[in-house]
Design a protein around this ligand. Structure first.
Ligand code: HEM
Length: 195
């Protein structure tokens, strides 16, 4: 019992810290709202926050996976439900996609943004044509961040289903709401929290 409670705390804390896509979307939407052109200080600061967050995120993903697998074993006495219980299947598939998307961003998109950002200097004008190239990569990163937020919320909804075994219709309803909300956060900095 105590082990289950302990693992659930670890599992829930990692889930909480996996809210990164939510906050990263708020940061980039707030950046857009300033309306300022590409510039060294603002954009270097924002890119540092986003870039350095990836490693933290990998660690929380690893923790959620380890605690989730352990919870599966102690609550179901086997790992078989990972392939037979829909809630658990959705959870680990969502996590696998999250890890893949973060790897793609961290090892492919972000390094390309960094290479372009090196041409943005504190004391010189931004080279012609650079801003749209950075904007294109950022736009891809932002879209994937919206997908990540949706997947984190989906795994969370399925986690509650894995604990309380509530009706699947409710789970599907909650996932649809999660999709709307992720879309909303993608579009606007949700100043009033839910809207
Ligand atoms: C390998 C992936 C994962 C596995 C095997 C897994 C497994 C589990 C299991 C077995 C439970 C039920 C625990 C119990 O009843 O004591 C649970 C609960 C939960 N999981 Fe996961 N999980 C995984 C990934 C995730 C992810 C990615 C998230 C969210 C980002 C998440 C969020 C939750 C939440 C919110 C709960 C509910 C805890 C509660 O009832 O208070 N899980 N998970």
């Amino acid at each position: 019992m105590e082990l289950r409670a302990f693992l659930l705390v670890v599992h829930l804390l990692s889930t909480l810290f996996m809210a990164a896509p939510f906050y990263m979307l708020i940061i980039v939407n707030e950046r857009a709202r300033t309306g300022m052109p590409l510039g060294y200080y603002t954009d270097r600061f924002m890119e540092n926050i986003i870039r350095n967050n990836a490693v933290r995120c990998f660690i929380f993903q690893g923790t959620v996976a380890a605690s989730g697998l352990w919870l599966t074993y102690i609550t179901r006495n086997s790992f078989l439900p990972l392939f037979t219980e829909p809630a658990l299947i959705v959870k680990w598939v969502a996590l696998a996609i999250l890890v893949s998307l973060l790897s793609y961003i961290h090892f492919s998109v972000q390094p390309r943004i960094e290479t372009l950002m090196q041409q943005v200097k504190p004391d010189a004008p931004v080279p012609e044509g650079l801003a749209p190239r950075i904007a294109a990569l950022r736009s891809r990163r932002k879209k994937l961040s919206g997908v990540c937020l949706f997947l984190v919320l989906t795994a969370l909804v399925m986690g509650l289903r894995a604990t309380f075994f509530y009706n699947y219709y409710l789970a599907i309803g909650l996932i649809i709401v999660a999709a709307f909300y992720a879309w909303r956060v993608y579009r606007k900095p949700v100043s009033l929290g839910w809207i």
